[in-house]
Design a protein around this ligand. Structure first.
Ligand SMILES: C[S@@+](CC[C@H](N)C(=O)[O-])C[C@H]1O[C@@H](n2cnc3c(N)ncnc32)[C@H](O)[C@@H]1O
Length: 258
């Protein structure tokens, strides 16, 4: 996407100032804070020190990203990954011309299975996962604009997106409520928001059995967080719904903004 068109929808998420492009093709806010662009990906983490759980899981996914391709190939021997992802995406609303945002886009697999008549935007905290997403989008010939950032501080103007969704990270964000409020802020009124993540059962039966991954999910604290965060959704949201998927191993929380 052209940087000037991109600047139209971007802000510095920490002070909410608008941004413009610089001669070096980076972005800059009105106070002169620089947002560098690497490989076509604006890096908003250059403005933040990542800490707490966000740092722990950024580390996990930076490590995991090196094996993500091989892990997908092994999984593909047992399950049809495209079909699985399509099933997860059932309630994500996509219409021609829609601007669709995935927070925590990872390597881009969910966007791969969505219809190609919309504009896709994906943000992630892991540089490793984003590097793999860049390779994937070339391999799949799929257009998606990527951003390095924290889902708790989205670098987009209010009411930018027609559809906003998230899969697989929110349980272990530092501040889940802030992340949900940010998804609402950047969505247009009437937008369906879909949040999918693992239940405690999945943490117990899957994550604790995978070498090196299990070290990140070894305490009771992870189970306590692995529940649909219904109580963190503002009361005024409409059509609130929670459903269990994958035989109780995943939850989906969805609602519509006002
Ligand atoms: C299980 S992966 C899911 C990736 C992708 N959504 C999918 O379904 O394939 C979880 C992702 O959440 C990202 N993540 C973790 N904490 C984050 C945060 N605070 N902000 C943005 N992304 C985060 C990780 O880097 C990782 O890519």
């Amino acid at each position: 996407m052209k940087s000037q068109a991109l600047a139209e929808i971007l802000i510095n998420p920490y002070n909410h100032q608008s941004v413009h492009t610089t001669e070096a093709l980076n972005f800059e806010d009105t106070s002169g804070n620089n947002i560098p662009v690497f490989n076509g990906i604006p890096d908003f983490l250059s403005l933040e020190e990542v800490n707490g759980l966000n740092k722990k899981y950024q580390h996990l996914y930076d490590r995991f990203s090196r094996f993500s391709n091989i892990a997908e190939r092994i999984m593909a021997l047992f399950i049809d990954l495209n079909r699985l992802r399509r099933k997860w995406m059932t309630d994500v609303e996509v219409r021609p011309g829609y601007k669709v945002l995935e927070t925590s886009v990872g390597t881009g697999w969910n966007i791969k299975v969505l219809p190609d008549f919309a504009e896709y935007y994906g943000l992630d905290i892991s540089g490793g996962m984003l590097r793999q997403a860049v390779r994937n989008k070339l391999k799949w010939n799929r257009e998606m604009q990527l951003f390095k950032g924290n889902a708790e501080y989205l670098p987009f103007k209010d009411h930018t997106f027609d559809s906003v969704f998230h899969v697989g990270g929110i349980n272990f964000f530092n501040d889940r409520q802030r992340a949900i409020r940010e998804m609402i802020r950047v969505a247009k009124p009437g937008t369906r928001i879909v949040i999918i993540d693992e239940t405690a059962e999945h943490v117990r039966k899957q994550y604790r059995r995978i070498p090196f991954v299990k070290n990140y999910f070894s305490s009771e604290a992870e189970e306590v967080r692995a529940v649909a965060p219904v109580d963190l959704v503002p009361a005024e949201m409409r059509e609130l719904e929670v459903k269990l998927m994958e035989r109780g191993r995943m939850y989906q929380l969805s609602f519509r903004t006002v």
